[in-house]
Design a protein around this ligand. Structure first.
Ligand SMILES: Cc1cc2nc3c(=O)[nH]c(=O)nc-3n(C[C@H](O)[C@H](O)[C@H](O)COP(=O)(O)OP(=O)(O)OC[C@H]3O[C@@H](n4cnc5c(N)ncnc54)[C@H](O)[C@@H]3O)c2cc1C
Length: 466
């Protein structure tokens, strides 16, 4: 991909020299650091930024962004680098702003069940900080992402079916605008009707509208009783029908995740799981009082038996439960190990729950016809699943076949009233699908982007092309 930079090398030098007295050795120019920041966990390759900066506070970011704006130098916020749609590629060069030094939990308010964190706090560190207050933060993408990155990509995870996504979790933000203004959005109130909702506008903006530096989050009490189990099926259709029925009966499951037979095989190998079979399997978790959990379990057992599900295998201890979910979170890494030197193209469609079976079964059929190995793993309680397409990046026909297969899955989801991305975001990889999904809304999105970032310095080339 050719990189066209909207600034001259001398302007970049001027900006770096001007920032040096304030930032000192927190400006990194080495090739290794730049390359590490010019890519995510995806198959889009690497386009390195010209410099990487590690800011400590809002005021520093405001100065950096304002100076970059003056010289039209792109700014690409960087969290943990775990995004999967080419979000971090420096397609027009510029500066990567790595928020990892802004990693303080600023306040925890147990009485209101909320907290305020800096953007570089990771989800695992936040849960460590919350454990003595009997609270937890439920949004759990497979990677140990930062809260800033998760807000910017509108992430979700295995708990979303009960606790919602980042959209429900974030109630306020501090944002540095492209012109270097420090603004606060939202309040600590549970709800508000005050004006345009800037918090929601920033969630999912993928670094294209400003730098998120602080996040006010809604938290949840750790449930009195937690039980986790798996149940395997002879076919994917039977597993999906179980999920659809459970959702339609409003069983308040905390987690219900599907892994198809090949994904189970990959996880058994990668995570060295014992006593599991390579069959379509549901991973489930139940939260609540002892009575309500027993009631949920009884309902789900009835439904799964109707579709030929196996007896439940229970993860009895906290350690066993953690191992189970770790194996689930490592599903992508497990798929990567299916073939030597392969890459994985990830689809992320989400459809209405009644269309889930059609969508998944068609994806399986298309995958088989493509001749490529593919696994399926999904947050099926939300209607969201990933077809992980394995391909050899040295074989052009496999690259093409993977792209075609991915396109088929997305087009089917759109035809069923779904979305091209349930949680990973648009990045550079799904821009053309955004136009197909929102043909009437795209112009308003462009207007918003142009009015907030008229010089297009914030993560240019992502989400929408101007
Ligand atoms: C193994 C694996 C499993 C995954 N599972 C899931 C899953 O279950 N659910 C899910 O939603 N995702 C999943 N992902 C994708 C990824 O973890 C999420 O997209 C995550 O939210 C990215 O956070 P990050 O901190 O790594 O952000 P980065 O990758 O560093 O950045 C992502 C985007 O956000 C922008 N950004 C980052 N920080 C800020 C900030 N402070 N202000 C403004 N913009 C910012 C960046 O510019 C970029 O556009 C998975 C990824 C992997 C590798």
């Amino acid at each position: 991909m050719p990189v066209v930079k909207p600034y001259s090398p001398s302007d970049l030098k001027r900006v770096i020299n001007e920032l040096a007295p304030m930032l000192g050795d927190r400006i990194h120019l080495s090739q290794a650091t730049r390359e590490q920041h010019g890519q995510g966990e995806d198959s889009y390759g690497c386009l390195a930024p010209d410099a990487v900066i590690y800011p400590f506070c809002n005021e520093e970011i405001a100065q950096i962004v304002s100076l970059c704006n003056q010289y039209s130098i792109p700014v690409i916020p960087f969290g943990a680098g775990s995004s999967v749609e080419g979000h971090l590629l420096a397609v027009q060069g510029g500066i990567s702003l790595d928020l990892s030094e802004m990693n303080q939990v600023l306040e925890i308010n147990p009485a209101d069940m909320d907290c305020r964190v800096q953007a570089g706090v990771t989800r695992e560190d936040l849960n460590m900080a919350l454990r003595y207050d009997g609270l937890f933060f439920p949004v759990d993408p497979g990677a140990n992402a930062t809260i800033g990155g998760m807000t910017a990509t509108q992430a979700s995870g295995t708990n979303a079916v009960k606790y919602g996504t980042m959209r429900e979790a974030v109630i306020g933000l501090t944002v540095i605008t492209p012109e270097g203004e420090i603004i606060k959005t939202g309040t600590r109130a549970r709800k508000s009707s005050a004006g345009y909702d800037l918090t929601q506008l920033m969630i999912g903006s993928e670094g294209t509208l400003g730098v998120i530096t602080e996040i006010q989050l809604r938290l949840h009490p750790i449930p009195e009783t937690i039980k986790a189990a798996i149940c395997s099926f002879e076919t994917v259709a039977a597993a999906v029908d179980t999920v659809i029925n459970a959702m339609q009966m409003a069983v308040p499951l905390a987690r219900i995740e599907l892994l198809n037979a090949l994904q189970m095989q990959a996880c058994i190998n990668y995570s060295k799981l014992e006593g599991f079979e390579a069959k379509p399997t549901l991973f489930m978790e139940f939260h609540g009082t002892a009575d309500s959990v027993n009631e949920q379990v009884a309902l789900i057992k009835d439904i799964s038996h109707e579709f030929g599900g196996s007896e439940f295998t229970w993860a009895e201890t906290t350690e066993e439960r953690n191992e189970l979910w770790k194996a689930r979170h490592n599903a992508y890494l497990a798929t990567l190990k299916l073939q030597r030197d392969c890459k994985v193209l990830t689809t992320d469609v989400c459809v209405p729950i009644s269309a889930l079976a059609t969508s998944i079964l068609q994806a399986e059929k298309d995958a088989e016809a493509s001749g490529l190995q593919s696994t399926i793993v999904g947050h099926v309680g939300d209607g969201n699943f990933h077809l992980l397409i394995v391909f050899d990046p040295s074989k052009s026909e496999q690259i093409e076949a993977a792209k075609q297969l991915s396109e088929k899955v997305v087009m089917k989801a759109l035809a069923l009233g779904g979305t091209c991305t349930g949680e990973h975001g648009i990045g550079i990889g799904k821009k053309h699908y955004l136009a197909l999904e929102h043909p009437t809304g795209l112009n308003m999105m462009k207007t918003i982007k142009k009015s907030i970032d008229p010089k297009n310095i914030m993560n240019p080339g992502k989400v929408i092309d101007l």
